[in-house]
Design a protein. Sequence first.
Length: 390
Amino acid sequence: MLKLEAYKKVIVSATVAASVALLAVGCVDDVKPEQTSVAKSAKVAIDGGSVYPVVNGKTGPYYAPDQKLAHKLNYGRVPNAAELAAWDTDLQPVSALSPEGHGIPEGEGSVEDGEEIYDAKCVMCHGDFGSGGGGYPALSKGNAEEMHKTLTNNRWKDPEAPGPVRVFGSYWPEVTTLWWYIRDGMPHPFSDSLTDDEVYALTAYILNINEMSIDGEEVDDDYVLTREKFLKIVMPNVDGFEPVIRGANALPGVRAYFANAKNFGAQNLNQGAVRCMHDCQKATAQVKHIKFGGIKDFTPPMSTVRDLPAKKAKKLDVKKTYTAACAMCHDSYLAPGAPEWSGYTANGMDEVYTKGIKGTEGGMPAKGGTDLSDADFKTMADYLVSGKVK
Ligand code: HEC
Ligand code: HEC
């Protein structure tokens, strides 16, 4: 709660600061808003927002103030210590021996409780036992140590080897990221709604489904995760990233790494090991244009059309759909054209359609568990009842 109060204050004071700053701009004589390129060419997009020129006659939803104007604007203020403390909720990696105790609060939770919370608040998106699917990330693909080995498979030499499995257990170098992710981000969209003990319980459960051990002890179904045990977790991929963030030297090591621009992709720039913010490239950049078809500019213009692209209607293949989605049940009961259908069609086909679309207590899943359109489902029902494809 305290955190939320502080957050509100920051928002309020930022809004006040912004309006004061806007007033201030209005007073500056030589910067009349209508003289700026913004006011001249801002257009209103169909959702009511403005669009601003970017380049080549294209537009974007944001305006970055001209360098000339920037120094006249004076938005916001330096946050005070209390505001900073309220925002500073990050967690240190457990492998970096931080004297502050990594920012992890006291608390504990069992695998058992974790499973219960998971089934109530997470399973609908992350699947049974964290298996993922439906567009949401998997939280486990089985034994973390085993899955970790897939990261170094050489598929040039061994094309049969499975590709890299990148889930929490196999890939993430630090368990604190999981704890933090759950507390601050999940369950989507009700972030920040779990207590610390619930976060411990969910963490315990996710370690359990990744078949992990802590300090040689398996995180089995009876395991209770405490803060003390949490701080002993070593992830299989702890050394899989650079810079290395392990050990007492972690922070200075990371700083040294990022002080050298060559460590993060600056090899081709002329500035060497010095970080660079402007005029970094001494040579002229080589821009390669695609010659084919005379294309000179391949940044597509931003679209102001908000309609989703039309879904291409796929033509229904009745026999194929039957084999793929209905046969496993209907081959043995209510087969296409079977005499038992007369017991279902007595009140007319409309009732058959409606029941098939909604599903029945007698065991027919809604639309047979497919995402067929109503019209296509009706065609399928006609086929089942008559045994003929029209
Ligand atoms: C409404 C759907 C939904 C629910 C419910 C939900 N999540 Fe998520 N979760 C997501 C989405 C979407 C992402 C991916 C977010 C992204 O990548 O930006 C995600 C990501 C995660 C990740 C990171 C996984 C990775 O490999 O990147 C973890 C861990 C996680 N969720 C845990 C949980 C837990 C624990 C709960 C229950 C308390 C939960 N989630 C409930 C939708 C959900
Ligand atoms: C999981 C098994 C299962 C699958 C898969 C399945 N059905 Fe059924 N269906 C049944 C059962 C069982 C009944 C009888 C339900 C009852 O008597 O309440 C039924 C009944 C129906 C009915 C009659 C509904 C009524 O009560 O009037 C229609 C129409 C139908 N199915 C069409 C389909 C079509 C089309 C598919 C494939 C796209 C399909 N079903 C897939 C099990 C299944």
